[in-house]
Design a protein around this ligand. Structure first.
Ligand code: AQP
Length: 332
């Protein structure tokens, strides 16, 4: 089986709809066909300041949400990044292979550091993509299921894998991004020109899966559309409506063309009311399942412990090869 690896940050508490449709949904599908490794990336989380107690609680919460979304510990390896020390160890080697200019071209860092102010942004935020490179290469992943915003980081991963292999001999699998076109980028409901994101979105434009279903329904009903009345997918000219159609289509498994036909001659109000209902039907059991996992932290922690053990076996093997190739003297 080909291998996939991906991660999600435990920073925001609730996952948002962009995380789910852009990434986690694919993770669930890929565990059926791939040797799948998924992790909660707490090392990435501390690239911006975290309250320790909240970070710990949010790490469990992220794992609970992943299980609630459908990850099955019998079918995939689910673990917490900091439980596998090899991530930080391989990241150091990768740091030393990355050009300063090369790292400076990462757009996510540019955006985030511009928001925080250059003096407040940490060096960890700067090297975030290089830690991500280590995450992926440690598992010799063939594919990395992510949203469009991560494409540049996967490109960097490919470059560094090739660079390492070229300099030291074949060691790492060169991975490919796995990005589904339809859901690669879910947009803010209030500003369909920007991606839905925990930090950039307006509160009304961001759908947090763990919010009260009623509040979620309200946000859908007040989503920004356009002054036209036709319900048609046209990402360029009708980004708001197209975003709603994408969400509706993915959550229900109904094709966009079929939805266009269903709403032919109807107004935006009808579309939004129905989508609000679809969303409530989706988030209600999701919230319940997440709570069930949280209510049983022993089971949750034991799933994560088993996952870490499986992950460590793979990671340790790759790291020892990399150490050897680089020329580190083995400890006797
Ligand atoms: N709007 C989105 N559309 C599609 N995919 C998305 N992803 C995030 N936003 C969208 C994908 O979700 C996965 C996890 O990303 P993350 O760990 O970076 O999660 P996050 O920090 O919650 O993502 P945000 O909201 O985008 O964070 P900020 O505001 O910090 O930039 C990834 O695969 C990502 O592509």
């Amino acid at each position: 089986r080909p291998r996939v690896l991906s991660g999600i940050q435990p920073t925001a508490g609730s996952f948002h709809l962009g995380n789910y449709l852009g990434a986690v949904r694919q993770w669930v599908a890929l565990q059926e066909t791939h040797d799948a490794f998924y992790m909660v990336v707490d090392l990435h989380a501390i690239t911006i300041p975290q309250d320790p107690a909240e970070l710990r609680a949010n790490t469990r919460l992220a794992a609970a949400q992943l299980l609630a979304a459908g990850l099955d510990p019998e079918r995939c390896t689910l673990f917490v990044q900091s439980h596998v020390p090899e991530h930080a160890q391989l990241a150091w080697i990768m740091n030393c292979l990355t050009g300063f200019g090369e790292a400076s071209r990462m757009t996510q860092f540019k955006d985030k550091s511009a928001k925080q102010g250059a003096d407040r942004a940490s060096v960890g935020l700067f090297t975030y993509p290089i830690l991500q490179v280590a995450d992926i290469l440690l598992y010799q992943a063939n594919e990395v299921p992510v949203g469009e915003d991560q494409r540049q980081h996967i490109e960097l991963t490919r470059d560094l894998a090739e660079r390492f292999n070229g300099r030291f001999g074949a060691t790492f699998t060169v991975p490919k991004p796995y990005i589904l076109k339809e859901t690669a980028k879910i947009y803010d409901l209030q500003d369909p020109a920007i991606k839905m994101s925990k930090s950039a979105s307006t509160p009304k434009g961001l759908i947090n899966l763990l919010d009260e279903p009623k509040a979620t329904a309200k946000k859908v009903k007040s989503a920004v559309t356009d002054t036209d009345t036709v319900i048609r997918y046209d990402a360029e000219n009708k980004p708001g409506v197209s975003n709603l159609l994408t969400i509706y289509s993915t959550l229900t498994g109904t094709g966009i063309a079929e939805l266009e036909q269903k709403y032919d001659g109807k107004g935006y109000g009808a579309l939004k009311t129905d989508l609000a209902e679809v969303m409530v039907e989706f988030v209600t059991p999701f919230r319940e399942r997440t709570q069930q996992y949280l209510d049983d932290p022993e089971t949750l922690d034991s799933i994560l412990a088993k996952g870490a053990e499986k992950a460590r076996a793979v990671a340790a093997e790759t790291l020892s090869q990399a150490y050897d190739k680089v020329g580190f003297l083995p400890a006797k």
